[in-house]
Structures are given as structure tokens and as C-alpha cells.
Ligand binder design. Structure first.
Ligand SMILES: *[C@@H]1O[C@H](CO)[C@@H](O)[C@H](O)[C@H]1NC(C)=O
Ligand SMILES: *[C@@H]1O[C@H](CO)[C@@H](O)[C@H](O)[C@H]1NC(C)=O
Length: 467
């Protein structure tokens, strides 16, 4: 096993009994510290008594990676369960990804999936530990129960269960038959990602296994040796996959034309990649120096040479719709590339995308940008929400969130009202429920064809805008 980060941690499972109340995380932490001390004192006496438990407690896992750890900052982190049990404690270099903490948690309860909470905030496995709050001392581990994830491909489904096993059903050409990797899907799977025709399972040891239609990604044998360990993120598009490894390199497989072949940019992503974003035929990788690399179908954003000079630095977010990409930069400007009809050419609104953008959302063929003053700008396919002129006067201020369906958008405003635009079949027309979308909405969720608005407790519980 080649570890990803220099990590020293002590597993301390079963140190404390569950508490009936839900104490605050800091109380848990303090209590844990005390209990641990107490336990350490009596440990010598009990040493021989319960060798199995003792083994677990002292499971001293030391992972050494020869040349890492040049980031000075070290973080002392304790993982505690909701019930107060200390799960793991250790010192982690700041350059580690939060993903490493998930692995520590998985090791304490093999085969079970979890979420990590810092206060009430859920930790993203891809986030850098050094970007976390300075006084990060402990994280709460929430173990998951039942089926924790269901993923669909074009004609099949895969479900990840809380014991880390995967079940699949549907058309075998789309990944419905996983019998070839069955033995790999019995335990330890933490995430399944789909392309249209295949699935990829990421396991807690950082390995990846694929199945489904072989050419569009179901067969990863050509890169198999690179997918044995260290994978932290896998992204699928229609016919290809990209895996980001914890050393910052990227591995691709699947249809060459859709990004499965990344030979042209390979030299640029041997290291430093922190995130990969896909649209349906291309990929974009954001590097730690905030530059962006693209590959895959040229017309769909795989070629970003037109805006290359804007993508050398300062990119904080990349968003894809089906055939184009948009990058938000740290100065609040937005850069677009890809299929021009789908929003890859933002020149019509370019003057409004120079600054102040805080969020960009893509649907199938259009983009919407929210500015810090609550102003919304749209571009791309007019019929899919790229043209918002009908509701323009309502999108001049106060918008706090924009959500996309396949061909429409919905904006939630700070007064709790909702504005929709785009294709009427996909939720763009909300006139039938307009009177109920005047106030009290706290969240809007979209699927491909519709939106649902959640209103605050004082009003209706939930509401279909369109079906
Ligand atoms: C834990 O592992 C490290 C590195 O291998 C070693 O130096 C240390 O003595 C070990 N501690 C215990 C308690 O086994
Ligand atoms: C699934 O695939 C395996 C191996 O290719 C095959 O033997 C089996 O019959 C398939 N099952 C179904 C239900 O198609």
C-alpha cells in the first residue's frame, strides 16, 4: 500500500459510551479527552484482557510518503461520532485533502459510509485541510444507514448501500449487470459514478472498478494499474471517465473523442489537479495554481485555446452545461468556451460578466450567473433559459440562488419569491402556481423536467411548480 499523505493516527474505537443527549461538538471533544486519559491510566491493567479491542485502540497506522510534507502547517484533528465515541485522532499536514480524513473514518468501521461534519457544515472530500477553519480540532462522523446513493446511467441503476456494497439493475449495456466485478462490489465502495453506458466505483482504499459497456468506460483495463489506489474523485460524462488522484494526477479512460484519451494534455496533469468537471463530451481540470486544462470533444469545450490566456490563473469555479463551460474567476469575471449556441460564447453579455459574479449555474444549453448584488445574467440557447428578457425586471436584484432543470431556470429571491424562465415543459412556466410563489420559499430543487419549491414551515410544506 502506498499512502497518499504522511499520516499518523491512533484509532480509539469504543473509548466512550454513547451519551443519551446530543452534546455540542466541543463538549464531546472535551469529554473525549477526559475519558481517554482515564482509559489510558487503566490501560496497563487491562492490557491482556481484551486483546482484540486493544488491538483496535492501538492500531497505529503510520503512512509515510517519502517526499511529502513540505507544507509547514500541521493540524491536530480528532474524529468523533455523533454519540461521542472518539473514532480517530491524528496529526495531518495542511496539504492533505479532507478525503484522507474520510479514509481514517472508514478504517475504523470497515464497509460503512459516513459524512464528516465540521460544526453543521458537511466536509467536501476534495477540500484542502489547510483551507479549513484555523481552530479545526474535531470533526463529527455521521455513519450512514440503508441505501446511501443511487446513480443512474442511460438505462441502468447502481445503488451503494451503507455496508459499502453495490447492487445494480437495468440494461447490461448500461451497467445493469456488474457480475464481472461482483467480488469487488461486496464492500468498501464509497461512491459510484456513472457515464451514460457504464459505472465506476470508488473504494475506500482509493481503488476504482468499472463495469458496463466496455468502450465508453466500462472497461478500464488499459489504466487498471493506475487505478489501484489513491483515487479521490471520479467524474463521468457520456462516454468517458476521469479520475483525480490524491497526488494531483489525472487518469482517463473511455471513448477517446469524449475525453477518454487525454494524451494531448497529459504532461499538464501529472500533478496539481484539484478538481475535474465534465460536460457531456469534454472535461476541464482545475489546478491548484487556479489554471484550467481542457480535453475531450473540441466543439464541446474540450478545446479552450480561444480563452487560454484567461485560464492561466485565478479560476475559482468551473461549471459545465451539456456542450460548454463557464469559469468564474476570483475577480468576479466569467470566461466561457465550448459550443457557442450553448453558451460557450458569452460575448453578448460579456460586458456584464466582467465583475461581481458569485455563482454560475448551467442547465442543458444555457448558463445563468448571479452577481453579488442579486442581479442575474443569462446566455446560451434562448429557448432553454439563455434568454430571460420576459422576467428581466424581476431579476435585477435580490436573487440569492438560481437552480436549473434541463431547459429552464428558477431563481429564489431574498423576499422568498420564485421567478422561472426557459422552456415551459421543463418548469420555465410557473404561472399555474405563481400565487404560491410570491413569498416564503426557502429552497428550490430541480430535476430534468420540473422544479419543486420548499416553503418555510409557516406556509405550505412543498409545492410542485410544473410536471
Ligand atoms: C507507531 O508507529 C511509529 C512509526 O512506525 C513508531 O515510531 C511508533 O513507535 C509506533 N507507536 C506505537 C505505540 O506502536
Ligand atoms: C451478466 O453477465 C455475466 C457475465 O458476462 C453473464 O454470465 C450473465 O448471464 C449476465 N446476467 C444477466 C442477467 O444478463
Amino acid at each position: 500500500m502506498i499512502p497518499f499523505c504522511y499520516v499518523v493516527f491512533t484509532l480509539a474505537v469504543g473509548l466512550a459510551e454513547a451519551t443519551s443527549k446530543q452534546p455540542s461538538p466541543s463538549m464531546i471533544y472535551l469529554r473525549m479527552k477526559k475519558k481517554k486519559k482515564k482509559l489510558m491510566l487503566s490501560k496497563n491493567n487491562k492490557m491482556k484482557k481484551n486483546s482484540k479491542m486493544q488491538k483496535k485502540k492501538n492500531n497505529n497506522i503510520t503512512n509515510n510518503m517519502a517526499s511529502s510534507g513540505n507544507d509547514g502547517r500541521m493540524l491536530d484533528i480528532t474524529l468523533v461520532s455523533m454519540s461521542g465515541n472518539e473514532i480517530s485522532e491524528g496529526t495531518w499536514p495542511g496539504h492533505c485533502k479532507a478525503y484522507e480524513l474520510f479514509q481514517a473514518a472508514y478504517r475504523s468501521k470497515p464497509g460503512f459510509l459516513c459524512k464528516l461534519l465540521h460544526g453543521s457544515e458537511e466536509l467536501d472530500p476534495q477540500s484542502d485541510l489547510q483551507s479549513l477553519h484555523k481552530d479545526l480540532g474535531h470533526l463529527t462522523v455521521v455513519w450512514m444507514a440503508g441505501v446511501v446513493q443511487v446513480v443512474g446511467s442511460a438505462r441502468a441503476f447502481a445503488a451503494v448501500k451503507s455496508d459499502g456494497s453495490v447492487i445494480t439493475w437495468g440494461h447490461s449495456d448500461s451497467g445493469g449487470n456488474s457480475s464481472l466485478v461482483e467480488h469487488q462490489l461486496q464492500e468498501g465502495v464509497v461512491q459510484v459514478v456513472g457515464s451514460s453506458w457504464a459505472f465506476a466505483a470508488v473504494k475506500s482504499d482509493g481503488s476504482v472498478f468499472t463495469w458496463g459497456h466496455s468502450d465508453p468506460g466500462g472497461d478500464s483495463s488499459l489504466v487498471e494499474h493506475q487505478l489501484q489506489e489513491g483515487v479521490g474523485q471520479v467524474v463521468g460524462n457520456t462516454g468517458a471517465f476521469a479520475a483525480v488522484k490524491s497526488d494531483g494526477s489525472v487518469i482517463t479512460w473511455g471513448y477517446a473523442a469524449e475525453g477518454g484519451d487525454s494524451a494531448l494534455v497529459e504532461h499538464q496533469f501529472q500533478e496539481g489537479v484539484v478538481q475535474v468537471v465534465g460536460n457531456i463530451r469534454a472535461f476541464a481540470a482545475v489546478k491548484s495554481d487556479r489554471s484550467v486544462i481542457t480535453w475531450g470533444d473540441v466543439a464541446s469545450g474540450g478545446d479552450s485555446s480561444r480563452v487560454e490566456h484567461h485560464l492561466q490563473e485565478g479560476v475559482v469555479q468551473v461549471v459545465g452545461n451539456d456542450l460548454a463551460f463557464a469559469a468564474v474567476k476570483s475577480d468576479g469575471s466569467v470566461i466561457t468556451w465550448g459550443h457557442s449556441d450553448s453558451g460557450g460564447d458569452g460575448s453578448l453579455v460579456e460586458h456584464r460578466l466582467q465583475e461581481g459574479v458569485v455563482q454560475v449555474v448551467g442547465n442543458t444549453g444555457a448558463f445563468a450567473a448571479v452577481k453579488s448584488d442579486g442581479f442575474v445574467i443569462t446566455w446560451g440557447d434562448a429557448a432553454e433559459g439563455g434568454d430571460s428578457s420576459l422576467v428581466e425586471h424581476q431579476l435585477q436584484e435580490g436573487v440569492v440562488q438560481v437552480v436549473g432543470s434541463a431547459r429552464a431556470f428558477a431563481a429564489v429571491k431574498s423576499d422568498g419569491s420564485v421567478i422561472t424562465w426557459g422552456h415551459c415543459y421543463d418548469g420555465g412556466d410557473s404561472s399555474l402556481v405563481e400565487h404560491r410563489l410570491q413569498e416564503g420559499v426557502v429552497q428550490v430543487v430541480g430535476n430534468s423536467w420540473a422544479f419543486a419549491a420548499v416553503k418555510s414551515a409557516a406556509t405550505a410544506p412543498a409545492l410542485n411548480i410544473d410536471s
